[in-house]
Every structure is written in structure tokens, then in C-alpha cells.
Design a protein around this ligand. Sequence first.
Ligand SMILES: O=P(O)(O)OC[C@H]1O[C@H](OP(=O)(O)OP(=O)(O)O)[C@H](O)[C@@H]1O
Ligand SMILES: Nc1nc2[nH]cnc2c(=O)[nH]1
Length: 179
Amino acid sequence: MSIVKIKDKSFKTSIPEAEILKKVQVVADRLNKDYEGKTPVFLAVLNGAFIFAADLMRMITVPSEISFVKYASYEGTFSTGSMKTLMGLNQDLAGRHVVIVEDIVDSGFTMAHMIEDLKKMNPASVEVCSLLVKPGNLKVDLDINYAVMKIPNDFIVGYGLDYDQEGRNLRDIYTIVEE
Ligand SMILES: O=P(O)(O)OC[C@H]1O[C@H](OP(=O)(O)OP(=O)(O)O)[C@H](O)[C@@H]1O
Ligand SMILES: Nc1nc2[nH]cnc2c(=O)[nH]1
């Protein structure tokens, strides 16, 4: 086990890269089977999903497309307060089979919001493929068809996930060490 320090916090190795890749392959195999003949569009959510998307896509053997999207938060003058807008989507999803590629589903609010946004574009189907899911934190009813790993509620970094924007480049996944 190794310990890394990022800013004011310490993290210890919890899921080594080799184990992550083995589990990503299992989900990629399922996707290859389920999407045969469908030419899916993978939509990877920036920033956190960039490493997972790169590894997953190289295991996908069916014809497919990938785009990268981002949820930008901004404070508007709307009575509801802050809003999140889907950015970077520049293709027609009508009639397409969409697979959202996400690094982590925590409360599930981001995914629920994204599925709702995408359904307005009349895709043939929308499924979620998430590297990590924290079932203990889910606040919404969400069907995550392709979950690579389920983890406890502890805060993690690495393999694309950050602590205060740092640590995304760590190869393994690390869990916070509570002091
Ligand atoms: O299930 P939820 O509670 O909605 O949380 C999950 C979201 O939080 C993280 O994104 P973040 O906003 O930290 O952006 P990042 O991907 O750029 O790190 C993660 O990448 C998910 O998109
Ligand atoms: N880096 C990081 N981002 C998250 N977003 C939701 N949960 C987490 C987590 O455990 N780590």
C-alpha cells in the first residue's frame, strides 16, 4: 500500500490499476455483446471520465462514436438559483443508442439530470456506464446498467478523479485517510 499527499489530505491505495483494467474489460465485453449492430454513441463526461473513457474505448470492438461533454455550473439570474448546462454536444442524437461514460455516480443527481436532458433529443436508448458507484449515497432512483465497481461512501482520487483538481493523473484509485 502506498500513501500520497495531495494538498492538506492523505490518501492510501485502494484499487490498483491492474484490477481496475480487468474490471473495465468485463464491462467492455458486455457492451460489445449488447451493442452489436447498433453503432452506439459514447458520451464521456469531462473532466473526471477522461482516463476511464480512454481505456474503455480501446476495449470496444463494435463500430462506435465518442464525444466529450461537460456540465458547466453557472450562477444565473433565474429564480431557481444555480443551473447546470450540458456543453459540447454537437451531434444529432435522434434515433441513436447513447451510452453515458461517467467516472463516478455519487448522489446520482448529475446522471439523473443528464438522462433527462438527453431524452429530450429523442435517442433510441440511453444507458449509463460508470466506473464507480457509491450505492450508499444514491439519492435518486437510477438504473446504472453498466457499473464497473461499487464502492463505499469514502472520498477517493486517482484514475481521473480529483481532490481540488489535483490527483487525476494517479494510475491507481486512492481512498482518503481520515485523521
Ligand atoms: O452523483 P453526483 O453526486 O451528481 O456526483 C457525481 C459527479 O461529480 C463528479 O463531477 P465534478 O462536478 O466533481 O466534476 P469533474 O468530473 O470535473 O471532477 C463526477 O465526475 C460526476 O460527474
Ligand atoms: N474525486 C471525487 N469526486 C467525487 N464526486 C463524487 N464522489 C467523489 C469522490 O469520492 N471523489
